[in-house]
Design a binder for this molecule. Sequence first.
Ligand code: ATP
Length: 295
Amino acid sequence: FLLQLFIPLNFLGVVYRSMKYAFIDMGNLFKLLDEKPEIQDKINAPALIVGDGTVEFKNVSFFYQKERPILHHISFTIPAGHKVAVVGASGAGKSTLARLLLRFYDVQGGGIYINGQNISEVTQASLRAAIGIVPQDTVLFNETIFYNIHYALPSANKEAVIEAAKLANIHEFILQLPQGYDTLVGERGLKLSGGEKQRVAIARAILKRPKILIFDEATSALDSHSEQAIQQALSQVAENHTTLVIAHRLSTIVDAEQILVMANGMIIERGNHSELLALNGTYSQMWALQQETDN
Ligand code: ATP
């Protein structure tokens, strides 16, 4: 009899213990969520009114982990239709600026404004619809090349897709593919080079026609033909767009209205190419170094 009683009680103990562990786990889960909160729209957040697309970083400070601050009091403005380029050593915080503008993270100090609206106050969907991004490494779907451009604007017709491909300097290349626009690309199809993928991304951006454009230049140098094709394509799409360029090769940003030189999460120099050369500081050293390696 005692044994009979013992077994169910023991069983209850097991249930109790596993429930207790379950609660502890949930406690941990909430703690984790606390530390890395999902970015959420505010209740009744309005859609962004893009207007002329002016972008402003006002005194922005940011860290991924509290113990390691990444950006310190960053302020700059990209006036509507202008191009601002960011340069600086690897790890300086350049790509972080782009991630914050897309609101993949919230800033811990200061604010980011588009056309006067704080981006944390508007819906993420409307924010991201206003921004086109040409990333360093474009991911292609295992679909046709036509699909890969068209998906940027599903309402676009065939002519608009071809027009975008022409402006992005990729149309001629596509016509040479075995099935033209119907050629399968991506991991399971035809693999495109880095430069070709970037031009597909530019075609997407041209089709989407966002007011604001982020161009994250590839770190690895492309051959000069590819580079030229990309720069030409980019100037097509950047015209009349507010553009943030994260640059690795200074030769591509000589024409930028403003260049920000970043080091350790701070802007240490700013100005256009000739102003920065005249400063005889970090930028002019970087320029001299790149001239040497290019020749
Ligand atoms: P690169 O020219 O090499 O692309 P970058 O200037 O764009 O460099 P960021 O990518 O902005 O640099 O990174 C800035 C710093 O933030 C780096 O020290 C990096 O290690 C750190 N960092 C980047 N992403 C994360 C993350 N998700 N979590 C923690 N730290 C990160």
